[in-house]
Design a protein around this ligand. Structure first.
Ligand code: HEM
Length: 343
């Protein structure tokens, strides 16, 4: 099933026909169970359910694909990076990235363009913001291309296409294909970039610790910390932090999990604002932190996420037979048993 509007329409049709769930079997080796109804999703969302997250490896062993104890430890270490207040420091970055995009659109209109596909522009804008917020890295990616940004865009595209071809789900087939080879190449570029950023930042932080005085310490504590600083400095109860490899995996996950999802949400928010005629007089206007809860986009954004969810489904892999309501059992097979859960 494709990750397109037609693909989502097909899911809608399946929901109309099967109401709660349906199964695909590829011989005895591959079972795909699609679940739509909350009663069927409940047994799978239970913490002790024998499942694990199933993703194609784009970002290494990060929080997104971890399970059980490993997930709990990483989640505890990374929670400060997810704190809502962190966003307060980034409002200026968001406004400046949006301004670059808005200026580009004004230029295109002045040149006579009457319509454009906005998703790619918004996606570059979210990538630009994420790079500035996570690494203090100004990629200028909205105006010119960079090897790293092209690699991220290519990986996103290849990961989506891989899902659509069932034969490509097996690593030993995928890595032999042209797409698989391109994937590995782009992955190397991304890993090289993140490794460099993490190493430079670690060196910078340790040099800073060695030279700073007491008053500098207080100043540094108040200074805006990038995502990469937060994860470099975080420690668990035993005083142990994340390894460089773990930090790189988390940083890559932020880039992949963060930019396309947010771009999709922004595009649908803009669409809903326009449809509901709420844009009047706000064109090109900057926003302040306080605006976030009062500006109508807050509600429209939530409505957009419900109606046009950027992540319409998640996948779980099962390690033993799974009993669903109505005493139906999905048997674990020797190959893959995947559950695709739609929202
Ligand atoms: C509208 C925007 C977003 C949507 C709709 C979204 C959606 C999701 C969903 C559905 C999951 C769960 C996946 C699963 O359990 O299989 C998830 C996990 C995650 N997302 Fe997002 N996301 C968004 C933005 C972001 C951003 C901006 C970042 C980081 C900069 C991010 C980082 C993550 C991470 C690290 C996880 C793993 C969390 C964990 O397992 O504890 N996401 N996201």
């Amino acid at each position: 099933m494709q990750s397109t509007e037609e693909g989502l329409q097909q899911v809608d049709d399946l929901v109309q026909t099967y109401k709660h769930s349906c199964c695909w079997f590829l011989g005895p080796f591959y079972h795909l169970v699609r679940l739509f109804h909350p009663d069927y999703v409940k047994p799978l969302s239970n913490d002790s359910a024998p499942n694990y997250k199933s993703f194609f490896s784009v970002s290494g062993h990060s929080l997104l694909i971890s399970n059980g104890e490993v997930w709990s430890r990483k989640r505890r270490l990374l929670t400060p990076a997810f704190h809502f207040d962190i966003l307060k420091n980034y409002i200026a970055v968001f406004n400046s990235s949006s301004k670059i995009m808005h200026d580009k659109w004004c230029r295109l209109v002045a040149e006579g363009k009457t319509n454009l596909e906005m998703f790619d522009h918004v996606s570059l804008m979210t990538l630009d913001s994420l790079l500035k917020c996570a690494f203090s890295y100004d990629s200028n990616c909205q105006e010119s291309s960079s090897e790293y940004v092209s690699a991220i865009v290519e990986l996103n595209d290849l990961a989506t296409r891989r899902q659509e071809n069932i034969l490509h789900h097996w690593d030993w087939i995928y890595w032999k294909t042209q797409q698989g080879k391109r994937f590995k190449q782009a992955l190397n570029t991304v890993h090289r970039f993140t490794r460099d950023v993490v190493q430079k930042r670690r060196t910078f932080l340790s040099q800073q610790r060695e030279t700073e005085t007491q008053s500098d310490v207080a100043l540094t504590a108040r200074r805006r910390k990038d995502f990469v600083d937060i994860i470099l400095l975080t420690k668990d109860e035993d005083g142990k932090g994340l390894t460089d490899e773990e930090i790189q995996a988390e940083a890559n996950t932020f880039m992949f999990a963060g930019h396309d999802t947010t771009a999709s949400a922004i595009c649908w928010t803009l669409y809903n604002l326009e449809v509901m005629d709420l844009m009047e007089g706000r064109d090109g206007q900057e926003i302040e932190w306080e605006d976030l809860s009062t500006f109508p986009s807050h509600h429209v954004h939530q409505r957009g996420l419900r109606l046009h969810s950027p992540v319409p489904g998640v996948t779980r892999k099962y390690t033993q037979d799974m009993v669903l309501p109505g005493n139906r059992t999905v048997q674990q097979v020797r190959g893959e048993t995947l559950f695709k859960i739609y929202k």
